[in-house]
Design a binder for this molecule. Structure first.
Ligand SMILES: [Zn+2]
Length: 140
């Protein structure tokens, strides 16, 4: 088992704040100033009130708990095949949203539903001047 070699993230105008935050070691979420909804994935408008003028980005705690997970035993995709088995999970963040991620630096049988986790960030080597990272989670 080795680390996943994540595909290089592409930042759209909607996701740039998320990827730039991850590059700094921050988990960045969006919150609507009108209705209070905290959302992930990044969007150009609030998923509840469908307005775009009141969205703000903020640095989240990076803390959460495993909502559900699976141990991926086979994946032929480039960058993932060598990492099998790895734990793919939905993590419920303290701020509310769920994020699809991987749980790293543990044996798959150490992961359980409800386990507390914290974000860490895998920096991406790239030559276009962007400094992005991919958020992953570790057991606390
Ligand atoms: Zn809203």
């Amino acid at each position: 088992m080795s680390e996943i070699k994540h595909p290089l993230p592409y930042a759209s105008w909607e996701s740039r704040g998320f990827w730039e935050g991850a590059g700094r070691g921050d988990l960045v979420l969006q919150q609507c100033r009108k209705c209070g909804l905290v959302q992930h994935r990044p969007r150009g408008l609030c998923a509840h009130c469908l307005e775009s003028d009141n969205l703000q980005h903020f640095v989240a705690s990076g803390k959460g708990e495993v909502y559900t997970f699976t141990v991926t035993e086979q994946n032929q995709a480039k960058g993932f095949a060598e990492a099998c088995p790895y734990v793919m999970a939905y993590v419920t963040l303290e701020e509310g949203p769920r994020i699809l991620t991987v749980i790293t630096d543990c044996a798959p049988d150490e992961v359980s539903v409800g386990a507390p986790v914290s974000a860490s960030f895998v920096a991406q080597d790239r030559d276009d001047g962007e400094r992005f990272a991919v958020p992953v989670f570790r057991l606390d």
